[in-house]
Write a protein that binds this ligand. Structure first.
Ligand code: ARG
Length: 460
């Protein structure tokens, strides 16, 4: 499962393993609230269009997409052509013989129903190739190992939440992280599929202070935290820095509902440093598995609006970005001061030193906890191996330099020293437009997470 020996060590130092939080014991009731008003590392500059940004202080809009898929492009346009391309690709790559019979079947089904249903093997292949085609992901060497959980029959919000919890457990696997995707019901004519409004299944809340002021927790989730509050989420009282958000699930035509994650489904790792004893006192932590949940999977013209998927973390995602970014947990000044560095001048390179120690602490802590994580040097070498393998198969590998190149020690990694061709290929993943809006929604008041500049499509 893409696990290198020795990386996910479930048996290592169990006693100092990841802490499970002692929030209310056992599975928390999957509450529904009827109130209403969505190996990857992100580039520093997030793209988002101006209309995606919700102005500070406005309630977060939750659209009703019961009339059909939101986000613009109708799923039906070009469906037949997309289906034919995909079915042919499936047969070619899997040496499954001539596709003609299956193509005739698909054509008939589309004529009769306006859509078609993927065979289980087609869905698994489509999901894996969507990963292979993800130009921003450095971790694609193991694309073929993705486990696909076919849950296309699941549409009810409570069932989606329960299946998401099972996804988390299967992916976490006691620390030996497995790449997994769960595919829920697709959009169909007049019958849009369900959605998960959180950007990842596990995220920490970002609580905006009442009259403005700094966000407590993760400023990147201020928008979705506000939505959870609007929906009646009682958690985060008093606001903490690492409060796990409830899942927010929306069935087409219905109000979104809240679903707490059971405490024992979320593995977390307390961050410590191998040498600096004071590091533990910073009380930093992060969760084990990044399960992206705000992108839709597109396969052969069919859109699966809820298809959460995960790989394992690369240390820079947490160390350089989540905990290091000034618009996130902003820990570099804190760490530098503890290290006794002068932060008065950039020229002392205190940021460089602090970011390295933070990355080291993340790697060390995950390893000690027996949770799979990789470093940017290893992952860079693997990525070039992947590119080479793809080329040997006669396929070009689309890649976006600005996402592939790690944010720490960039020029010390081989992926920095070359260019790539970036192009869009189906199957693929695309971020829901609403998700972009939620991720960039500034909380009320002035201390909000700064909205990204109005020219870029990926939320933070
Ligand atoms: N960068 C995101 C985060 O820090 C996770 C994106 C997916 N990462 C991955 N390794 N599959 O939470």
């Amino acid at each position: 499962m893409g696990l290198s020996p020795g990386r996910g060590r479930p048996d290592s130092r169990r006693g100092r393993g990841p802490r499970e939080r002692d929030r209310s014991a056992g599975p928390v009731a999957l509450a529904s609230f009827q109130a209403c008003p969505v190996a990857l590392d992100e580039p520093a500059v997030q793209e988002t269009s101006e209309r995606d940004v919700i102005p500070a202080g406005r309630p977060v809009p939750v659209p009703d997409w019961s009339g059909g898929p939101a986000d613009g492009e109708p799923a039906g346009a070009g469906l037949l052509a997309s289906a034919e391309r995909f079915i042919t690709q499936f047969h070619d790559e899997n040496r499954a013989g001539p596709p003609d019979r299956r193509l005739r079947q698909v054509r008939r089904e589309i004529e009769a129903t306006g859509t078609y249903r993927h065979a289980p093997a087609e869905l698994t292949f489509g999901a894996r190739v969507a990963w292979r085609n993800s130009a921003k992901c450095i971790g694609r060497l193991y694309w073929h190992s993705l486990r696909v959980r076919d849950r296309r029959e699941v549409t009810a919000a409570a069932d989606i939440a329960a299946e998401s919890v099972m996804h988390l457990r299967e992916a976490t696997n006691g620390g030996r992280i497995r790449p997994v995707m769960t595919v829920f019901a697709p959009d169909a004519p007049g019958r849009p599929g369900p959605r998960i409004l959180n950007s990842e299944l596990v995220r920490y809340a970002g609580h905006a202070a009442a009259g403005g002021g700094a966000v407590t927790g993760d400023p990147a989730t201020a928008g979705v935290t506000r939505l959870a509050r609007d929906l009646g989420w009682p958690g985060g009282e008093p606001p903490g820095r690492f409060d796990i958000l409830p899942l927010i699930v929306q069935e087409a035509g219905s109000l979104p509902t809240l679903h707490e994650l059971p405490a024992d489904a979320v593995l977390e790792v307390p961050i410590r440093h191998p040498e600096f004893g004071w590091f533990a006192d910073l009380q930093l932590r992060w969760y084990a598995v990044p399960v992206i949940s705000d992108m839709y999977l597109e396969v052969g013209g069919i859109r699966y609006p809820a298809a959460p998927f995960n790989g394992w973390y690369m240390c820079t995602e947490i160390g350089s970005r989540d905990l290091g970014d000034t618009a996130r947990y902003d820990q570099l000044p804190v760490i530098a001061r503890q290290m006794g560095l002068s932060v008065a001048s950039d020229r002392t390179l205190w940021k460089d030193k602090a970011i390295t120690e933070l990355n080291l602490a993340v790697l060390h802590s995950y390893a000690e906890a027996g949770v799979t994580i990789s470093d940017h040097h290893t992952e860079s070498v693997r990525f070039l191996q992947h590119v080479e393998r793809e080329e040997r198969q006669g396929r070009a590998c689309p890649a976006d330099w600005s996402w592939i190149v790690p944010p720490a020690a960039s020029s010390a990694t081989p992926v920095f020293h070359r260019t790539y061709r970036d192009f869009d290929q189906s199957p693929n993943f695309y971020r829901h437009r609403l998700a972009a809006a939620l991720a960039t929604a500034a909380p009320s008041g002035d201390g909000a997470a700064a909205a990204p500049p109005p020219s870029c499509p990926w939320p933070g």
